[in-house]
Design a protein around this ligand. Structure first.
Ligand code: SF4
Ligand code: SF4
Length: 204
């Protein structure tokens, strides 16, 4: 959930139309029209990413006259399906994925059940990825993948990121290589499986 209090404003006199902001907005709120950046203020989630990356400092974050809250009510969605998606992603539904906005795994799963198919659509619905815009993309992609959605670059491919491996993806060779260096890949997996089956038994 995110309290959106800021909105990006562009100085059209100094904007050079370089497209940097268009490429890095996590909710696709910016379009370059006639070589100028135009912000869709309703879509903007106030992350400041564009402001910090504009090479000629043409963007300023200003206070919204009417702040609003972005979030999704998980109670409105099938609890079993949320659980299934999160467990397929090897995540506890209650675990926080985005420390800037406090968005949990179950909220991302609920957004997918609500029809979101891309990181950008999930960001718009839940607020995830509108803080630092960096840290939570990996678990977000993993949940999308776990929900059976084929991840592919959106138009232009600007927001595309690959998925990094977890303990479930490593080969025996890699695990062996790090076995005596303080990594507990198989132990982590076993622990998760135990927690997952305990949740199932309790019907959580
Ligand atoms: S990054 Fe700055 S200069 Fe480039 S298009 Fe956006 S507002 Fe214009
Ligand atoms: S969501 Fe972030 S990057 Fe996109 S327009 Fe708003 S402040 Fe800029």
């Amino acid at each position: 959930m995110k309290n959106v209090t800021l909105v990006a404003k562009v100085d059209l006199n100094t904007c050079t139309g370089c497209k940097t902001c268009e490429k890095i907005c996590p909710v696709l709120a910016i379009k370059i029209i006639d070589r100028k950046a135009i912000i869709d203020e309703d879509k903007c989630r106030g992350c400041s990413n564009c402001e910090s990356r504009c090479p000629v400092h043409s963007i300023e974050m200003v206070k919204r006259e009417e702040p609003f809250v972005v979030g999704i009510d998980v109670e409105k969605f099938d609890k079993e399906k949320i659980e299934e998606i999160c467990m397929n992603a090897h995540m506890n539904p209650e675990q926080i994925l985005c420390y800037c906005t406090g968005v949990r795994a179950e909220e991302v799963a609920a957004a997918i059940l609500d029809g979101a198919r891309t990181p950008e659509e999930i960001s718009s619905r839940t607020g995830i990825r509108t803080g630092c815009t960096i840290e939570c993309i990996q678990p977000l992609l993993r949940i999308i993948h776990a929900a059976g959605i084929e991840l592919k670059p959106i138009e232009g491919g600007w927001q595309w990121y690959g998925i990094t491996p977890t303990s479930w993806d490593l080969t025996d060779e890699v695990k062996e290589k790090y076995a005596n260096k303080g990594f507990y890949f198989d132990e982590d997996k076993e622990l998760f499986e135990r927690v997952a089956s305990a949740r199932k038994e309790k019907g959580e």
